[in-house]
Design a protein around this ligand. Structure first.
Ligand code: OGA
Ligand code: MN
Length: 211
């Protein structure tokens, strides 16, 4: 585990508490501005170099590209040239993983993450992140990379909760975390490019404590 500033470790505790109580948490201005800007620049560079590919829906082996259901373009971080910013992001996520394991005992074992770019007009219809094809996903994380996002820009993450819809603006530095199995959500279309890093903490395939 690395040393991270108290503010970040406090934030991780708040996330763990929220996940226990209501299965989702949204924290604003969590990651350093400079890191967010570097990650945003990388995502936009990948987009302009046509190094992002249309994201698919459906289980492994049966993936389909259906832009009216899911319109983002992605690339796994593992598949990108290594960068200092990417390594820092992975370290912070590993610290979050350790904090969640300490507080929740949920045996999160690994993290997979991709850059995502939604062109204007693209969204992602209502879905769950844990499905037959990816049964190991426990906790979903989204970090938004969009500076100066304005209320009319759209592109909200809409969480469908028992008490109704809760919208999260994709503003730079906001971190959304939720249980992959239980929180139905969607991405509303934006009228400008919308960049993020989306990731999933996974459990070990053979963990007997978990379904
Ligand atoms: C996803 C997703 C949410 C967002 O990629 O599965 O739901 O706000 N993303 O980008
Ligand atoms: Mn999702």
């Amino acid at each position: 585990m690395s040393e991270f500033p108290t503010a970040l470790s406090d934030c991780f505790e708040r996330i763990a508490d929220d996940l226990v109580v209501r299965h989702w948490s949204v924290q604003e201005r969590v990651l350093p501005d400079a890191l967010i800007d570097q990650l945003g620049a990388i995502c936009h560079a990948l987009w302009h170099q046509e190094d992002l590919t249309p994201a698919a829906v459906g289980p492994a082996g049966e993936e389909l590209i259906i832009p009216s259901i899911r319109g983002d373009y992605t690339r796994w971080l593992d598949d990108c040239p290594p960068t200092e910013a990417g390594a820092k992001f992975l370290q912070i996520m590993d610290d979050l993983r350790a904090a969640l394991n300490r507080s929740l005992f949920i045996g999160l074992d690994s993290f997979e993450t991709h850059y995502a770019l939604y062109p204007p007009g693209a969204g992602y219809r209502k879905h769950l992140d844990r499905f037959k094809g990816s049964p190991l996903r426990q906790v979903s994380v989204v970090v938004y990379l969009n500076r100066a996002w304005l209320p009319g820009d759209g592109g909200e993450l809409r969480l469908h909760l028992e008490e109704g819809a809760h919208d999260v603006a994709p503003r730079a530095g906001t971190l959304a975390v939720f249980m992959s199995e239980s929180i139905v959500h969607e991405v509303l279309a934006a009228n400008r490019e919308r960049a993020s890093l989306v990731g999933w903490f996974r459990r070990r395939p053979d963990n007997p404590l978990l379904r």
